[in-house]
Design a protein around this ligand. Structure first.
Ligand code: OOG
Ligand code: NI
Length: 456
C-alpha cells in the first residue's frame, strides 16, 4: 500500500520532472536553491522553520481552471494526495490590474502531514460572470468552451476517490493514479483557436490562458529557499533576469514573517494555433514562469491586521513620491511598525508559536503561559506560514504578463467569499488562522499533560 503522504511526495516529484523538462530554467533555479539552502543551514543552530530535508523537497504549484465544476474535480484529484482546500483569495481587487480569478490552495492541513511532505497547489478559478471583465456574450462563449472540455477523465477521478477513501492505493493503482494525475497538468499540444484566444487576451492574459486553451497545465512550480535575497543575486549573476522586486515583506534584520516571493519570466513556448479559415500554424505563448519563495512565521489575526496596515502605509509613502524605492520605504515602515525580535512577536500575540517543554514543572496546579515562558519551562517555537498572500499572488500573476488587460469598473462584479467558494467546490474550505490556532492549542495541551498543571 502506498500511503497518502507518499502519493503526495511522489506526485510532487513527478510534476517537477515534467515541468523541469518543459521549462529548463527550473533546473537552474533548483540548483541555486539547493546551494543557498545548504549554506544557510550550516550557519544555523536549529531547523525551526522546517527541517532541511523538508525545505529542500518543498514545492508549490499553481493551476487555473474555468468553472466551479472543474474546481470540484480538482478537489477530488488533490484529496487523493491528502491536499485539502485552505483559504480564500480574491485576486480581482488585489491589484490595479486584470486578474479575473478567485483562488484557494490545496495542501495538507495537519502538522505531521506537512512535516512529511508539504506539497501544495495554488488553484485559481476564472470568474466568468464578473461583468467588469466579461460581457454577456463572452461569458456565454467561455462557459460553453469550458463545459465542452474534459480536464480529468473518469478513471483518474475514480482512482482518486478510492485513494482518499482508503488512505492510499496498492502499488499498481498508485502508479496509474500518478501517471494520470501528472498527465492532466501537462502542456497540451492540441491546437488553440487563435481568434478566440486573442479576444480573451485583450481582456486578460490570465483569462486567455484559462478559457482559451483546451486543457489546463501547471503554470509554475516553486521551490522554497532559506535566503531569497541571496538567491535573487545568484540568479541574476547566472544571467537569468528576475522580476524587478521581491514581493511581500522587505529584507530586514528582524524576524521573517509570512512569505517573500520572486519570479522570472518563462521563455516563450511553442504552441499550435488554428485560424478561423481552418489553417493550422505554429506559434508561441509566454504564459508560464519560474517562481521561488522564502517562508517565515505565521501571523495571528492581530499580526496580520498590523501587516496589512503597514502595507497600506508603504503605498501611502510611496505615493508621496520622494524618489525612494519600495524596498527603502518598506524597510523604514517595518522598523517603525514591527517588533524586531521573535520573542516580542510572541509575547505581543502577533505571531503563531507552538510551545516545547524545556524545564521541570513548577510545584503549582496552574501557571500562566507568560510565567512559564519567562522561566524557560516552555520554549516558543515559530509556526511556519503555509499559505499565500493575495497581493503577492496578484503581483506575481501581473509581473509576468506583457499586457495589463482591461477592466470596466462601471460594471457589476460578482460577490465571492470563502463560504460561497466552498459550496461550489463541494468541500469545506478551511480557514488558515484556525489551523495555526489549533496547532498552537495542541502544543499547549501536550505541555499541560507533561507538566501536570493547567496553563492559563
Ligand atoms: C498563481 C499566482 C499566485 C503565488 O505563489 O502567490 C501564486 C498563478 O499564476 O496561477 O502562485
Ligand atoms: Ni506561486
Amino acid at each position: 500500500m502506498v500511503a497518502t503522504w507518499e502519493l503526495r511526495a511522489r506526485f510532487a516529484v513527478r510534476l517537477a520532472e515534467m515541468y523541469g523538462s518543459e521549462v529548463p530554467a527550473y533546473h537552474t533555479l533548483v540548483d541555486v536553491c539547493t546551494e543557498v539552502n545548504a549554506e544557510a543551514a550550516k550557519g544555523r543552530d536549529d531547523e525551526r522553520l522546517g527541517s532541511i530535508e523538508r525545505v529542500t523537497a518543498e514545492r508549490h504549484g499553481a493551476i487555473r481552471v474555468g468553472s466551479p465544476r472543474e474546481l470540484a474535480k480538482v478537489a477530488r484529484v488533490f484529496a487523493a494526495f491528502g491536499m485539502l482546500p485552505v483559504g480564500f483569495y480574491d485576486l480581482r481587487d488585489a491589484s490595479a490590474s486584470s486578474v479575473p480569478v478567485v483562488s484557494t490552495a490545496f495542501r495538507p492541513v495537519e502538522a505531521a502531514e506537512l512535516a512529511r511532505n508539504p506539497f501544495r497547489v495554488f488553484t485559481s478559478m476564472l470568474v466568468t460572470e464578473d461583468r467588469r471583465f466579461f460581457d454577456a456574450e463572452t461569458e456565454g462563449r467561455l462557459q460553453e468552451f469550458v463545459a465542452g472540455r474534459t480536464l480529468f477523465g473518469t478513471e483518474l477521478l475514480e482512482l482518486a476517490d478510492r485513494a482518499s477513501a482508503e488512505g492510499g492505493l496498492g502499488d499498481r493503482d498508485a502508479e496509474r493514479l500518478l501517471g494520470l494525475a501528472t498527465d492532466a497538468f501537462r502542456l497540451t499540444s492540441e491546437p488553440i483557436e487563435r481568434e478566440w484566444y486573442d479576444h480573451l487576451e485583450r481582456i486578460s492574459a490570465v483569462a486567455a490562458d484559462i478559457g482559451g486553451v483546451p486543457a489546463t497545465h501547471i503554470n509554475h512550480l516553486t521551490p522554497r529557499v532559506l535566503d531569497i535575497d541571496e538567491l535573487y543575486a545568484r540568479m541574476q549573476a547566472r544571467g537569468i533576469a528576475m522580476i524587478s522586486e521581491i514581493q511581500g515583506p522587505p529584507a530586514w534584520e528582524g524576524p521573517d514573517v509570512l512569505l517573500r516571493q520572486t519570479s522570472f519570466r518563462a521563455l516563450a513556448e511553442e504552441r499550435v494555433f488554428r485560424h478561423q479559415d481552418g489553417s493550422v500554424q505554429q506559434g508561441s505563448l509566454r504564459v508560464r514562469f519560474g517562481e521561488v519563495e522564502q517562508r517565515g512565521i505565521a501571523l495571528t489575526r492581530k499580526g496580520r491586521d498590523l501587516y496589512d496596515r503597514l502595507v497600506v502605509e508603504i503605498d501611502r509613502r510611496l505615493g508621496e513620491g520622494q524618489g525612494l524605492s519600495r524596498q527603502e520605504v518598506a524597510l523604514a515602515v517595518w522598523r517603525g511598525g514591527l517588533p524586531s525580535t521573535e520573542a516580542e512577536l510572541e509575547s505581543l500575540g502577533l505571531g503563531f508559536f507552538s510551545y516545547r517543554v524545556a524545564g521541570a514543572a513548577p510545584p503549582v496546579e496552574r501557571a500562566s503561559l507568560r510565567d512559564l515562558v519567562a522561566s524557560g519551562v516552555l520554549v516558543p517555537e515559530p509556526i511556519v506560514y503555509e499559505d499565500f498572500l493575495p497581493r503577492s499572488a496578484a503581483g506575481i500573476f501581473q509581473s509576468n504578463l506583457s499586457d495589463e488587460g482591461t477592466r470596466d469598473d462601471e460594471q457589476a462584479g460578482a460577490e465571492y467569499d470563502l463560504g460561497r467558494l466552498a459550496e461550489l467546490v463541494g468541500a469545506e474550505i478551511r480557514d488558515p488562522f484556525d489551523l495555526y490556532a489549533a496547532q498552537r492549542a495542541a502544543s499547549l495541551r501536550e505541555a499541560e499533560q507533561i507538566l501536570g498543571l493547567r496553563i492559563d
